[in-house]
Structures are given as structure tokens and as C-alpha cells.
Design a protein around this ligand. Sequence first.
Ligand code: MN
Ligand code: MN
Length: 463
Amino acid sequence: MSEDMKELRRQLFTAAKNGYDRIGEKDLAAMEPYCHSYKQFLNRGKTERECALYSIELAEAHGFVPYQRGMKLQPGDKVYRLNRGKSLMLAVIGSESMANGANIVASHIDSPRLDLKPTPLYEDGEMAYFKTHYYGGIRKYQWVTIPLEVRGVVALKGGETVRVVLGEGDESKFVITDLLPHLGAEQGKKPLNEAIPGENLNVLLGSRPLGEEDDKDRFKLQILNRLHEKYGIVEDDLISAELEVVPHAKATDIGLDASLIGAYGHDDRVCAFAALQSILDIAVPRKTAVCMLADKEEIGSMGVTGMQSAAFDTFMEDLCESQGVALRVCYENAFCLSSDVTAAFDPNFADVFDKRNAARINYGMGLCKYTGARGKSGSSDAGAETVAYVRRVLDEADVIWQMSELGKVDAGGGGTVAQFMANRNIATLDAGVPVLSMHAPFETVSKLDCYMTYKGCKAVYEA
Ligand code: MN
Ligand code: MN
């Protein structure tokens, strides 16, 4: 090949490369401690409430204070607001007026799980169980025969809220049983999604009775008595509770080269941690930097703590008002990176991906112009100019990133909080960490992609 032709090819072709062939020494060295902190974040936050509380702990250690309405704010001031214990908003005031917009990174801290029903406790076959109603898009067959924990809160009539953690560390765990193969012939013929019905996801709580042989409900009584001893709660208190059944596994390195991280809740705590850690690490930004850690993304971002809630607008309006700026003016000049996970190409299931457009493990933060399903339905579909803006911001900050799409056109799809930001008249683009086995009780991501998403979020705040 002639030198001219070589030059032409170099100039015209895209140069997608594995991140390990591109990453510099400095980033490689910073990746491990970052991922160590991330694993700690996962282990400390297995529910949205725990995640929000631990985020506040980290933020306060970095000088953030609770926002009080009417507060005088100066450039560099760091404030946060917790929305009903389940969603957190943080801001670092910029040197420019909020009339020039704000740089927002929005992620979510809720993850697929099993919630307890309002009347959960019963006994059957001389064993005690909790009834559950799953939350988010789970593959039900993945939740049987794995050790589980129960976490959340019980709100008492008097106004007190009791935090519940059952199954942590060496404590006794819980499990949902499955059929033995010897009797599973009929079940085995069913489609995956039907083999374990939602109503069968009953959590085994115990098998030792409390009381005499002819006492009624003595297996259930044993459980209630244990709960009462530990938390002072009675059966009626379970009505006003949010108790979540989550996998027991701790975040851990995966692979002989330890290049990946396996854990419950990467979706979307992997992006939430990137959004959070980067806002903790920035100096005084030009534009006000805002980190949104939303709840309820997995069920449509509805409700008072979801991205559709006016809680975000109220927080932003409070900040704007302190500068005499109209919220709508701030929004129309603002940018939002909707930082949520995307599907990583999995060679074991190659047929659901478009190889040329799938996010790849270790190719860095995955940008998605659109998500959605069945012809982009439900997607915010970022404008070409917005994508170009982000290309520039990321390239200038030396972030390794890739362009991606969630799967084959007719294979399915997904959504994020992007559309709800875009509906507010904020230019928004989706970007996040590619995940293997997304929504499983144990998901896998690459360390390089985690760290590059942190760098990407930081670049957005600093733009
Ligand atoms: Mn997500
Ligand atoms: Mn999800």
C-alpha cells in the first residue's frame, strides 16, 4: 500500500481501540483506588436509602452542607438536599450566573429487587415466609437459591422510623427455594420467564416453632418474636414499611486479571458513584454543577422521589432564586448527562446485539444518542449538536468513550431518566458504563469503563 493511501486510511477511518491500548499510566494507576472506593460504595448501599445516606456521608466529608431555603450562596459553595430519604441532589455553585445554565449529571440509585408485600408474613408447610412483589425488570429465575438479605425501614405510627438490616455479615440469610431437577421436568419445559411465577418468589424465613404443638401460627410467631426482639415492631407495623430483599453477595473483583467487578446493583450505582465522586472532586466550576441521584428509575421514574418529581425543579429553582435567575432560563442553557448503564456486548449472546453498534467491555464510557424500544419509542434521542458537544468535552478531557446502542433494533430496548430531563428543556445525552448480565442479582462491569465514566462525569461538570 502506498504511503498516500495509508495516510488517507488513517485520516478517514474511525480508530476504535480497546481502552487498554489507549489508557495512560496515570489513569491506569488511578483506576484501582477509584474502583476500591466504588466497591465500598456498593457494599454500604444496597438500597436507595442506604445509598443516599452513604452519599451524604461522603459529601459532608468533602464540605457539602444541607441546603436551607434562602441560604446566600457564593461560587464554590457546596450544598445538598435529600428528598424523603431516597433521592439526593448535590450542587457546587459555579463562578458564572445560573442564567448561563448548569452542568447536570443524573443517575439513579434504585436497583431491581424484591419488595415485601404490605401483608408479607405467613406460614405454610410448617415454615415461615415473606410474600414479595418484585421491583423493576428482573428475570425471576435468577432470584431463587441464592443467599438474600432484607433491608429497609419500618415507619412507626408515632413518627419514628426503624432501620432494618437482616442477613448482613455473618448473620443468618434468607433464600427462595426452587424445584429439584428430579421433579422439574414439567417446569423445565416452560419458557424462562414463566418457569418461576412472581407469586412464587416467597422468601423462606424459618422452620422452628414457638409454642406448643397445637398452637396456631407458631412458625409465624417465632419470626414475629425475633423481629420484635430486634426492632420492637409488631405485625401491623409491616404495613408501613419499605423492606427490600436484595442479594447477599459483596462486590468483588472478577477474573484472574481482576479487571472486572461483580456485584449487585451496578445498575445504576456504578454511574451514580461516578456522578457523585466526580462532583466531590471538582474545584469551583464555571457553571453550577449539579448531581442528581434519583429513585424509581427502574419502575418508570414516577412518584415523589422519581426523576419526574418536581423535587428536582424545586431544588434548582431555589438555587436559581438565590441569584435572581428564572429557572426556565437556567434550564434552556443547561446540559444534562443522563448517566445510566448500557448493555455490554456479550459473545455468549451475540445474536441480540448489532456488533457494529454495541458497547464493548473496556472501550470506555458508552454514549447512547437514544435508548427506547420498537423504533426508539420512549427515548429522548439527543440532538446531533448535543452529541458533538459531548464528543468535544470528553476528548478534551482525555476520556476513553464509545458510541453505542442497547441491542438489535427489534430485540428489545430500555429507558433512562434522559427523557424526563429533556422534557424540562434541558439538552440531554445518555452515557454510562456497559454492563454484563444487567438486572441480574450479580452484574459485571469493567474497571476501566467505571473509571472512564468517572472521568467523563468530571469533564461534564468542569465544562
Ligand atoms: Mn439504569
Ligand atoms: Mn435498569
